[in-house]
Design a protein around this ligand. Structure first.
Ligand code: FES
Length: 974
């Protein structure tokens, strides 16, 4: 801080080329001051310097604005994304390159990335990839997997900004730049914290500091009196409707405010609302509440042992729900097997860590409430908020803001009920933004799993039987626990023909944050177990792991474990076959590397493979989506696109489908974005359903509109439709017919011509053995991971991933690749570094997600085996992309070391312990020529020594350089 400044001195600096003065608060964060001036392109993800979303240039150097006080900016030059967009050629070229490469998904990290990259390019116009990684090493991205960001920066100078638009009828399959990308790369997109009215009150929540506690409030009136500027305190009695919400209605069990007792650390008991200045000064610890800590059950074992002490009165043994699928005779299949394998596998809580914390604002408009917030499920939010307020759903308007990543966690309510209650009662706009700690502490997590599997195969390699028992820690409230418990038994076989199968699952309540939806709904955890067990079967048979999978891969005429024949579009075998060249090369290269042990010291390389399948949409439940398209009197074609784009690309893919189905150029479409007052219900953005379900509804609606237009013009199906101001031109065989739109009466939707269609994928209920057709469309994929293990440190470095995915039809290959790369990055985190411990590490410094330094080069192979249900045969990709990464990495670790990691993440302590256990750590000898895997020979290499008990392994001095290296090492630290 400048010594000359006092707390009353005005603070001024040069901001984007103009002199500005900040209020006289020398300790104010620069990030807050900038946003207070309307420069909301500077995003705030953590307020702790961990995420880099708030990166700005201070005298040309990139800094985290959240760690810089306004006093430190006194007299200096500050440039933000807005200033760079206006004046800096390198920044503008970066924005073009980001668009062309698909380097922005949700876009929340994008301004920070572009600012950091601009600083690099200003001093080095031709950086190397290593220099690029170093420059953006302090900026986290949770969506992209960084590869396209690096490629974009290396591609500067770029050419066209958005790229050319495809001609009419060719939008599907084109690598179109994200249609909403320009506002993401310029920082103009408006997220949950960006758009609140200036006079909005601020809301903060009082939360339980204990896993389980009774509580009693003190004198609330005195508290309000003692704090001028505070307006109200809300508690359970202030809930005007039902003090319960939940994403699956029959299981709805979570109170807005706890009553009498809290069930997890961070649970809300009250909300304080006040003027912004008073709330900024408020010390929440002054709130009058007395806590009595109670004995919690933190694990399923503890919860089941609690007996009558239930978290929810109606759920004996604290069991939320059980799932089951059975087919054939699993015991007979195991008895007949030539080889058998079994094991217990465990995974922990995983935090979604979207870089945008939950945020939004609400206002009362007459007898209606309007909520602007980040969400994946606007209509579900609408219905839940209506029930909480005790008003009709039609009296609630949900306007989703841009969403800075979700991955499942923004399917559940977060800020919405608090905002709605406060704005409804006070009649003033109210805003709220979760702190990073609040976000990590209270939002849903990936379910920790304990999965036991037994599997058997015949001597010719064919799978005979698989027995699965899966237990999930579902936390204090139901959230998506029932979905996970029901989806896992359907998927735990993997994409293979398993004639004898039994899978049982149970979700158990504990006193921890609710576990919910996270990219895969439990399937990634099951794949960690199943793909490793199958590798063990292959090894026991002496079979190549890829050959084993191809032999057993589901074909179009094979029954799944639920008895469903999938028919055309069963592309798993093609995915595995596509990996064979990489498999052959990588195994040979690993063997060659490992032969050079003298040169490589403790390093060993391994190659692993894993497959996946995933049913798109809800499991055996109605799953509809409705899309509307209309043409105005002046000739605008408006697509009411209600599928929320959380970065996955529905704002681009849905219009691509629409343009081709209607037969007009993509550029002719205007988008009406998600808004429960303006767009019909497209369902939630989850379960890889939007491309399939909403895409199909779009295709149907646009075809219906096209048919109506052609009927009106008395034209045949091959006619061409050309929109023009005030008219449609329909050309056929050299003849043109004009439809003058102003001559048509407006229909009930307010358009000259319009169409609306609903699509609900055909499924059937599952019987008591789980037999039936749970999904209409499955996606398939397989990953190959090449890794390097340091046998002395236990660290694992992923060198390369090759991913083959059957996407049915690639609507937009660039966006598909982005989804796959982002999924791989999250799968890598699941495998190697991510584990949330309730009550600890509630920040992005202790809870580590992959940085640019952790994600290896990725080769993506898109397989197109069309499914007859999806639009143009397309399948989903969002969940699919993550599922096989972790088991492929774990199989590669086994290939490199001969040890099996049964609890993820495979942190160095766990890897090292496994290596020691297998007597492989000291003076290891590499595999010989043609010896592909230690595992193939029982997990012990000839000549590998065994360290003396308690001996100290030599560590070749690691030399962390910079923050990026530090993070990577920490990510691999227990
Ligand atoms: Fe980077 Fe979403 S695009 S966080």
């Amino acid at each position: 801080m400048s010594a000359a400044l006092s707390s009353t001195s005005p603070i001024s600096c040069q901001l984007n080329g103009a002199r500005v003065t900040f209020p006289p608060d020398p300790s104010a964060r620069l990030s807050s001051a900038l946003r207070g001036l309307g420069l909301t392109g500077t995003k705030v993800g953590c307020d702790a310097g961990d995420c880099g979303a708030c990166t700005v240039l201070l005298d040309g150097a990139p800094i985290c604005a959240c760690l810089c006080s306004t006093a430190q900016a006194e007299g200096r030059d500050v440039r933000t994304i807005e200033g760079l967009t206006a004046t800096n050629p390198a920044a503008v070229q970066l924005q073009a390159a980001f668009l062309r490469h698909g380097a922005a998904q949700c876009g929340f990290c994008t301004p920070g990335m572009i600012v950091a990259a601009t600083a690099l390019l200003e001093r080095n116009s031709r950086p190397t990839e290593a220099e690029v990684s170093d420059a953006i090493g302090g900026v986290l991205c949770r969506c992209t997997g960084y590869r396209k960001i690096v490629a974009a920066i290396l591609d500067v100078p770029a050419t066209a900004f958005d790229g050319p638009q495809p001609p009419s009828g060719t939008a599907i399959g084109a690598r179109i730049a994200r249609l909403d990308g320009r506002r993401k790369v310029t920082g103009a997109d408006s997220y949950g914290d960006d758009g609140a009215p200036a006079d909005a009150l601020v809301l903060k929540v009082v939360r339980s500091p204990h896993h389980r506690a009774a509580f009693a409030f003190g004198d609330i009136g005195a508290f309000l009196t003692a704090h001028p500027g505070l307006i109200a305190v809300l508690m359970a009695p202030d809930v005007t409707g039902v003090n319960r919400f939940g994403v699956i209605a029959p299981f709805a069990d979570q109170p807005v405010f706890a009553e009498r007792e809290t069930r997890f650390k961070g649970e809300a008991v009250a909300a304080i609302v006040g003027e912004a200045e008073a709330m900024a000064a408020l010390d929440l610890s002054a709130f009058p509440v007395a806590w009595t800590e109670l004995r919690p059950a933190l694990s399923p074992d503890e919860a089941r042992a609690m007996g009558a002490s239930r978290l929810h009165e109606s759920r004996p043994d604290n069991v939320l729900v059980r799932g089951r699928v059975a087919r054939g005779d699993v015991e007979a299949g195991l008895a007949a097997a030539a080889v058998r394998a079994e094991g217990l596998f465990e995974t922990g809580f995983v935090e979604h860590a979207p870089i945008e914390p939950e945020a939004g604002w609400a206002r009362r408009v007459g007898d209606r409430i309007e909520i602007h917030a980040c969400t994946q499920a606007p209509y579900m939010d609408r219905d839940d908020v209506a029930a909480i307020l005790g008003i009709a759903p039609e009296a609630v308007r949900i306007v989703p803001t841009a969403v800075g990543g979700g991955f499942g966690t923004k399917l559940d309510l977060s800020v919405q009920p608090f905002l709605a209650l406060a704005a409804w009662r006070l009649g003033r706009p109210v805003r709220m933004t979760y702190s990073r700690r609040e976000s990590i502490m209270t939002t849903t997590k990936r379910h920790p799993a304990r999965i036991r599997m037994r599997a058997g195969a015949a001597s010719d390699g064919r799978l005979l039987a698989l027995d699965v028992e899966a237990e999930f820690n579902t936390g204090a409230y139901a959230s998506w626990g029932p979905t996970v418990a029901n989806r896992v038994p359907v998927h735990a076989s993997g994409p293979y023909l398993v004639p004898n199968y039994r899978a049982r699952s149970v979700a158990v309540h504990t006193h921890v944050v609710p576990a919910g939806a996270f990219r895969g709904f439990g399937v990634p955890q099951a794949a960690v177990a199943q793909e490793q067990i199958y590798d063990e079967l292959a090894a026991a048979l002496g079979m190549d792991a890829l050959d084993f999978r191809i032999l057993n891969a589901l074909g179009p005429d094979d029954p799944t474990v639920t008895g469903q024949i999938l028919g055309p579009g069963t592309g798993i075998r093609a995915c595995f076959e596509a990996l064979r060249p990489a498999w052959t090369r990588a195994r040979a290269e690993a063997a060659a590397f490992n032969r050079g042990r003298a040169a490589n010291g403790h390093l060993r390389r391994g190659v692993g493979i894993a497959g996946m399948w995933y049913g798109c949409g809800n499991t055996s439940m109605s799953n509809p989506s409705t899309m509307r398209i209309g043409i105005t009197h002046d000739g605008r074609i408006v697509l009411h696109q209600g599928a929320v784009d959380i970065g996955q690309g529905s704002n681009t893919i849905i219009p691509q489908i629409a343009a081709d189905a209607l037969g007009v150029p993509l550029g002719a479409l205007d988008l009406a974005p998600p808004d429960t007052d303006l767009t019909p219900d497209a369902g939630k953005t989850s379960a890889s359903r939007q491309t399939v379900v909403s895409g199909k509804a779009t295709e149907l609606a646009c075809r219906a509109l096209r048919a109506a237009i052609l009927r009106m013009a008395n034209a045949g199906s091959d006619a061409t439709i050309r929109p023009a101001p005030g008219e449609l031109r329909v050309d056929e065989a050299g003849h043109r017919r004009l439809i003058r739109l102003a001559d048509l009466p407006l229909d009930e939707r307010g358009y000259a011509i319009s169409a609306e269609e609903t699509f609900d994928p055909p499924t059937t209920p599952l019987d008591e053995d789980g037999q039936g057709h749970p999904y209409a469309v499955y996606g398939f994929g397989a990953h190959l991971a090449e890794i390097e293990v340091d046998l002395a440190l236990g660290t694992v470095k992923v060198l390369h991933v090759t991913a083959a995915h059957d996407v049915g039809r690639a609507i937009n290959p660039t966006l598909l690749e982005g989804q796959i790369e982002g999924g791989i990055a999250q799968g890598l985190g699941l495998a190697l570094m991510e584990e949330f411990h309730p009550g600890r590490g509630e920040n992005l410094h202790d809870y580590l997600i992959p940085t640019v330094g952790d994600v290896p080069p990725i080769t993506t192979i898109l397989i197109e085996d069309p499914n007859p249900v999806g639009p143009s045969g397309a399948k989903g990709i969002g969940e699919q992309a993550l599922i096989p990464t972790a088991p492929a990495i774990l199989n590669a670790i086994h290939h490199a070391t001969g040890t099996r990691i049964r609890r993820v993440p495979a942190t160095p302590d766990r890897v090292l312990a496994a290596i020691r256990e297998a007597h492989l750590a000291a003076d290891p000898s590499p595999p010989g020529e043609g010896e592909s895997a230690p595992a193939d020979r029982g997990g012990v290499l000839p000549g590998w020594g065994c360290p003396h008990p308690g001996s100290t392994l030599r560590v070749d001095s690691p030399s962390p350089i910079g923050r990026d290296r530090d993070r990577t090492d920490q990510g691999q630290r227990p």
